[in-house]
Design a protein around this ligand. Sequence first.
Ligand code: HEC
Ligand code: HEC
Ligand code: HEC
Ligand code: HEC
Ligand code: HEC
Ligand code: HEC
Length: 266
Amino acid sequence: MKKISCVLLFLLIGASITWAAGTKKRKLPPYEFGSVTINNYSQQSGMPPVVFDHWIHRQYYTCRLCHVDVGFGMSAGATKIRAADNIKGYFCGTCHNGRTTHNKKAVFDSCAKEYSREAYNSRCVKCHEIEKSTLKEDQFFKFAQNLPKERFGNGINWEKAESEGLIKPIDQLEGVSINKAKLKIQPDFALKSKVEGMPEIIFSHKKHTVWNGCELCHPEIFMGIKRGATKYTMIELFEGKYCGVCHDKVAFPQSDCQRCHTKAVQ
Ligand code: HEC
Ligand code: HEC
Ligand code: HEC
Ligand code: HEC
Ligand code: HEC
Ligand code: HEC
């Protein structure tokens, strides 16, 4: 590796560490990676904040289904979900309505105007979490133990888990998703990092489309007009733009340099 790129590399690793230290992004335990706290209205109405875990949900559903068809935003708190929406069958209530079945069992219901003490303790607190439960940790490790491992994030190689058929996330829900003709999958391509000696990035359209369809990336995150037309830098990625919209928060984190910078230096 060229000397100059080594220096830049260290600067960037430094930047990523400073970035992590300056924000809430400490290294999370694997069962907390991708956990989102939603608290626009809960506490002000006397309810504990809501905790949503991606690992529980992404084993069953694609990102596209929730973030396009159901309509959740791509940053914590952005959706402004109200209890009334859930009761009417939108947002969490799309599935959590006491009727939709999953593995032949009805998925538990979400918010209600009137409820008993018993319902509060058995149902409300599943989402409106009073305190961290070790039960969820145990469930996580039981789930993760048979899946391919990774070093960072959830400690799970989700891409492999899906391609090996160990999980089969659903992309369509009846009554929620509109059946559309699938767009032709674009070819994979390499992105050249602007620093000599830094391995190129292989971007797989195919692997991303499994989870994200096309609409989650185009046109909001990537204009997608022509590759190379938009220039992005590693600093912007650390700031949560472009690839960083997903990588760091839900998809494997950016500390895993080699997972993106894979192509050998020529
Ligand atoms: C499937 C998950 C889920 C369950 C179960 C659930 N809620 Fe909610 N609830 C939410 C979400 C998400 C919000 C929005 C959180 C926020 O922004 O603060 C919310 C918000 C609320 C609010 C805030 C006021 C408002 O107008 O939005 C109240 C009150 C509430 N829920 C009551 C309840 C009660 C009572 C129960 C049990 C009968 C319950 N919820 C069960 C997900 C759930
Ligand atoms: C079951 C539905 C569901 C699925 C499946 C799902 N998400 Fe989410 N996602 C949510 C909700 C709900 C939020 C919180 C939105 C809010 O607070 O407004 C969220 C938030 C996010 C955020 C912002 C997190 C933060 O801390 O700011 C990102 C990034 C994200 N999702 C990416 C993904 C990716 C990538 C996938 C697929 C691997 C995925 N989601 C699958 C429902 C889902
Ligand atoms: C696309 C369908 C879908 C949507 C949308 C969805 N969930 Fe779920 N959720 C499920 C399924 C399926 C399970 C697992 C089956 C079960 O536990 O009943 C689950 C499980 C959970 C659990 C674990 C409960 C436990 O203790 O075992 C929580 C908590 C939860 N969801 C919260 C939420 C919140 C909060 C939202 C909205 C912000 C939401 N979910 C949106 C389908 C969904
Ligand atoms: C994870 C994000 C992501 C997903 C999902 C995705 N793309 Fe892209 N796409 C990109 C990126 C990154 C580029 C490079 C151009 C840019 O930076 O805007 C690109 C470029 C393109 C281009 C220009 C190709 C070229 O050679 O210049 C087309 C056309 C395109 N995408 C179509 C699609 C279609 C159709 C789908 C669904 C089948 C899809 N994309 C899914 C991220 C994505
Ligand atoms: C819309 C969300 C999203 C965006 C934006 C995104 N990714 Fe991903 N990416 C994912 C998900 C989900 C996976 C599956 C693995 C995981 O969740 O850890 C993945 C997997 C990968 C993988 C491993 C699979 C493979 O191809 O070998 C690489 C490498 C990768 N992404 C690179 C990138 C790069 C580079 C960009 C920006 C040009 C990008 N991603 C943008 C969501 C996203
Ligand atoms: C999610 C995928 C991903 C991960 C993980 C990742 N990078 Fe990058 N990196 C990129 C992309 C995309 C570019 C921009 C390439 C382009 O536009 O041609 C880039 C560019 C770079 C560049 C070129 C200079 C610049 O700022 O554009 C360097 C150096 C670099 N990355 C270092 C790192 C280091 C060090 C790590 C680990 C701490 C890392 N990268 C992790 C995707 C990634």
